[in-house]
Design a protein. Sequence first.
Length: 440
Amino acid sequence: MSFKLFPHWVEKHNGIIAPDERLPIGQTALMGVQHAISMFGATVLAPLLMGFDPNVAILMSGVGTLLFFLLTRGQVPSYLGSSFAFIAPVGAATGYKIASFMPNPNMAVALGGIIACGLLYVAIGFLIKITGHAWIEKIMPPVVTGSIVAVIGLNLASVAVMEARGSNSSAWYMAMTVTCVAVVSVFTTGMLRRLLILFGLMISTLLYGLFVNGLGWGVGGDSGVQLIDFSKVKEAAWFGLPHFSTPVFDTAAMLIIVPVAVILVAENLGHLRAVQAMTGRDMDSKIGMAFMGDGFATMLSGAMGGTGVTTYAENIGVMAVTKIYSTLAFVFAGLFAILLGFSPKMGALIHTIPDPVMGGISIVVFGLIAVTGAKIWVDNHVDFSQNKNLIVAAVTLIIGAGNFGLSIGDLKLGGIGVATLSAVLLNALFKRAPKFDLVD
């Protein structure tokens, strides 16, 4: 398979498979399916938390991955899945109760905001393409990006435990789910560990079905515990169109959601650094087009009723385990996701996942996001003996965790937006500050 603008993927049968190499087509296709499976749990969870249609999100993650592949000319191995950075801003912009797992009645205005966010993201990528990437790393060094990523998880902490406040029975099933995911994460190896969300969710759902449908534990009254009902799965067709939605461009909603572009920049930059470290290939020259590819994919997803998208750490994990970095595998991953997106039966099956199980998964996922921010600090040796780094991180975390909002005229920023702005501005203010140790 060869195109003038794309790599000539050299067939290789063993060892490390570079981005411009490939396994035999059959094995490459299977690797693509594995990548699609690895993104599945998180890509489905994000739209459910926001009240979006998961089938549309899956479909647009596949379309977005193929678009990213085309715009980066097949040189950056990446899968684009639903971004969790949009959850809190979408909730604030639409008045939707996050993690209520009901359709979001005001989704249209959120879609307009997602498109506007993607447009800003494209503009940042285009600017980097013209001027180079050094300026973005000066504006957003690791202390800033780590703080912003951590804030996403902390801001959603109250959402994660919401289901547990409903009833004691729900709380116990949430605790069971957290335990299942933890066991998969700690006591398994290889691909099972890399797919901890997906396998943890499957095991938890099976146990929930055994205890609730089989033994009737916790059912009845105001427990909030419901039997798993497969009737809609039986009724749903194997193939059909998902429920696309039309965006509405509301200024207030756009102003709340647009700042997420800064978070997407931080996520994508970290992803490219990880790819560069694993493959030994220079990714600096690809930063601009990678940002533009992610931005255009986010705009397209929002235009069809899907969530904003981002490069996925889950797929970085798959590449790290398998040592197969072939970009061609992501073409098959995107095609497989598109196929899943056109299956109403798959969507109905997703909706059978019990609310307490989803609540338990939320605790783990949001916690992992928060810890990922701290990992950025550790990996980049952020020096917290310097007061400027302490202040940037401390102020950002508390503003985000406390959901501190500000209004400037008609401009309204939620906790994540204010935290992001604070991190960038404080870092700029302290840029020329002298270095003093804490003891000084």
